[in-house]
Design a protein around this ligand. Structure first.
Ligand SMILES: [Zn+2]
Length: 249
């Protein structure tokens, strides 16, 4: 299957909704959590990534998250993020549903972004409920190993979904609604292994839509996909934009 075939599918089957996973951000230097060489293969998620761990020892969890937040804030959008923003600008992409928490779609210029695992945009105080945006949390992290709430002194929790936490209901509802009305769901950089996000392709297919996949390596839905390109997002998506971009007048 070629890039040209994918561009044709996107042109023909509107609206197109994009679902992105960790593979979109690895080219920005952000390590994948769940791959065999990912972070959770080296660090026990129950000790550092679960809501129980955060409740029992938030300082220990922040000892893991603090350097990670630094990596996320220093990362830059890569050609895959930029290509998806341009496809939206050109009218070929209705929205991006992402499992990533790194804000890179937004920073690349995507406007309709549904963050189903939350993001590092804000952190919330479990004590008093006050919410702080990322620049303020980074300031607090300069002063201490964890961000203590300026109002009540408790340790803030980033508004990302921890293991053992429910996904944000509004974002999930919106993602499922988008998947149901999509005539094409384009999956990029996800092996589609994590539910409920992995259920989105079934919503699209169940309402007569089609599935296209750009991913390095197999996914759980290769057999159901109309088109699969085995490649990295940063290589493939800019070529797709090149096919769909109108010729200069
Ligand atoms: Zn507080």
């Amino acid at each position: 299957m070629s890039v040209g075939d994918l561009a044709e599918l996107i042109r023909e089957r509107q609206p197109c909704v994009v679902l992105t996973g960790a593979g979109v951000s690895t080219e920005s230097g952000i390590p994948d959590f769940r791959s065999p060489t990912g972070l959770w293969a080296k660090v026990d998620p129950l000790e550092y990534g679960s809501i129980e761990a955060f409740r029992s020892d938030p300082l220990k969890v922040w000892s893991f998250y603090k350097p990670r937040v630094a990596v996320l804030t220093e990362a830059e959008p890569n050609p895959a993020h930029e290509a998806l923003a341009e496809l939206e600008e050109l009218g070929f992409v209705e929205a991006v549903v992402t499992q990533n928490i790194d804000l890179l779609h937004e920073r690349a210029g995507s406007r309709e972004v549904v963050e189903v695992h939350g993001s590092i945009r804000t952190s919330t105080c479990p004590g008093c409920g006050d919410r702080y945006d990322l620049p303020r949390v980074l300031e607090l992290l300069e002063e201490a190993d964890a961000p203590f709430c300026p109002s009540c002194g408790e340790i803030l929790k980033p508004d990302v979904v921890f293991f053992g936490e429910l996904l944000p209901a509004d974002a999930i509802d919106r993602a499922y609604g988008l998947a149901r009305r999509a005539r094409l769901l384009l999956v990029v950089g996800s092996a589609l292994e994590v539910y409920p996000v992995a259920g989105l392709p079934l919503e699209t297919i169940g309402t007569g839509g089609q599935l296209a996949i750009v991913n390095r390596g197999p996914t759980g839905f290769d057999a159901q996909a109309s088109l699969k390109i085995d490649g990295t997002a940063g290589e493939v998506l800019p070529q797709v934009v090149g096919e769909l971009r109108p010729p200069r007048a």
